[in-house]
Design a protein around this ligand. Structure first.
Ligand code: PHE
Length: 353
């Protein structure tokens, strides 16, 4: 039995005990002394516990009153202790050095440009350095610019080269058919309509085709169109400009190759390929293992009908145009094996750039 059980508890003595305990509690200097206090009042041999244990020995008519009071005191002291312990902990923390140099620093989370944006900008920069300016155009385009003005009239078999996502078909009210542009070439006509020669522009932008996707095809992708029209421009200018572009973007070690190709809005037409990427660490080609060359763009001399269509005189002006896929160029430059990575938003991929 606790020594305190010998006193006969009364409401007055309990209240005096509580007051004394609370006074002591307020005066406690630290967390350790608070523990000492807890043992002294609320521990197994503490004052309050002793008080509660002594209740069964009281005369029955006093038990209820004293019991209630003792329980109340216990609750009060427990709550006061919890508060005091919190106070003491906070005070201790505040008393320490305000600057804890051993804490780990907060990481600076820097955003970065999407790899497509980086490549598009890099390519545009190469052409800016050669005197081109950069413009953009609408992604929802009129059939008129996407096809008609490019020497691809309705019913022309070459329309099959671009599987289109139509937004509006022609209807009785004379509404103009509209589609998501299948290439950036419509901007050739728009630029020439808007200005007199000489013209030297590149046009980066999103294009869309109604196509199945695979490792080298996406149904939405970027293109960068180029157009240079002036008096006396020849095919040699086309080759020289694109050679210089390839050297700037891929460095001196990669080779380029031109082959004949057909696009209704150029004559003659070519495609340009670049020698496949060989990963220096493995000596292997991460993309299109069997291919020595990868096609990255179509190009050619602007067709006289296109020049006529925008009111230019094909007897005086000539020009070249090209259209390339920056994602494919990024794949070749960095050895990315699947074009679909560009649209998956997987941070493990994006962080590498
Ligand atoms: N617009 C063509 C395509 O999407 C590429 C191209 C552009 C070809 C300009 C020649 C000249 O395939």
């Amino acid at each position: 039995m606790s020594q305190h059980a010998t006193e006969t508890p009364s409401p007055a003595s309990i209240s005096a005990l509580t007051t004394r305990a609370l006074e002591e509690l307020t005066a406690l200097p630290d967390a350790e002394s608070a523990e000492q206090w807890r043992v002294n009042y609320l521990g197994r041999r503490g004052h309050i516990t002793g008080l509660l244990r002594s209740i069964p020995q009281l005369e029955p008519e006093r038990r209820r009153e004293v019991g209630t009071q003792a329980n109340l005191a216990k609750n009060t002291l427990e709550e006061a202790l919890a508060r005091r312990v919190r106070e003491l902990a906070e005070a201790e923390l505040a008393a320490r050095d305000a600057l804890d140099v051993t804490l780990p620093g907060r990481p600076v989370i820097a955003g970065r440009l999407h790899p497509t944006t980086q490549i598009v900008r890099e390519i545009c920069d190469a052409f800016i350095a050669m005197g081109f300016s950069v413009i953009e155009g609408p992604e929802v385009e009129l059939d008129h610019y996407n096809f008609e003005m490019l020497n691809i009239p309705a019913g022309h078999p070459a329309r099959d080269m671009w599987n289109s996502l139509w937004v509006d078909y022609a209807n009785e009210e004379g509404q103009q058919p509209m589609l998501l542009r299948t290439h950036t070439s419509p901007m050739q006509a728009r630029v020439m309509e808007a200005q007199e020669p000489p013209v030297r522009v590149v046009v980066p932008g999103k294009c869309y085709r109604y196509e199945a996707t695979d490792a080298t095809h996406e149904w939405h992708f970027y293109q960068i169109e180029g157009l240079a029209v002036a008096e006396g421009i020849t095919f040699a200018n086309l080759k020289g400009t694109l050679y210089e572009f390839a050297r700037r973007v891929f460095g001196p070690d990669r080779q380029i190759r031109f082959r004949c190709d057909y696009f209704p809005f150029v004559e003659p037409g070519v495609d340009m390929s670049i020698s496949n990427f060989v990963d220096p660490s493995t000596g292997k080609r991460p993309i299109n293992r069997d291919e020595d060359w990868i096609e990255i763009m179509g190009a050619g001399m602007v067709h006289p009908r296109v020049l006529e269509g925008v009111g230019y005189d094909p007897q005086r002006c000539t020009g070249f145009a090209f259209g390339m896929g920056p994602e494919r160029i990024g794949m070749l430059k960095y050895g990315i094996d699947d074009i679909r990575h560009f649209y998956r938003n997987d941070v493990r991929f994006l962080r590498q750039f």
